[in-house]
Ligand binder design. Structure first.
Ligand SMILES: [Zn+2]
Length: 128
């Protein structure tokens, strides 16, 4: 369970899937649109390639879609269950989507890379 928690924490904090130490994105501020998507070529700690092959992250679009559905459905269910106005639901969903989209973009890429790269304890011994 501890290994799962460590992996989940590393995923949510956008760390490298192999070493759980290196950062997956070049810039830590995800709200700078020009640089938000930039990733280093390799992990600074274990040298795991951040884009294993050209077009690797196309599959991350499906995960991004799933994340937005996981945001939309509970919000909509709460709106229906508590009989709240649909207009307020719509506005709050749009505002939340705008605010959270840079994180979802990064998280979907991280999730996709985590599907293919396993944690390697020996690779996590770098000084970082
Ligand atoms: Zn790494």
């Amino acid at each position: 369970m501890k290994a799962f928690n460590n992996t989940l924490f590393a995923l949510l904090t956008l760390k490298c899937p192999r070493c759980h130490k290196g950062k997956m994105f070049t810039h830590s501020n995800m709200y700078v649109w020009k640089t938000s998507h930039l990733m280093p070529e390799k992990c600074s700690c274990c040298e795991q390639p951040m884009e294993p092959e050209t077009g690797f992250y196309y599959g991350a679009m499906y995960l991004s879609y799933a994340l937005y559905v996981m945001l939309f459905v509970p919000m909509f269910m709460i709106t229906v269950f508590f009989d709240l106005p649909y207009f307020e639901f719509f506005i709050s969903f749009v505002v939340l989507t705008v605010l959270i989209s840079p994180y979802f973009f990064r998280l979907s890429r991280a999730c996709y890379l985590y599907l293919f790269v396993r944690y390697d304890k020996e690779k996590s011994n770098c000084v970082h």
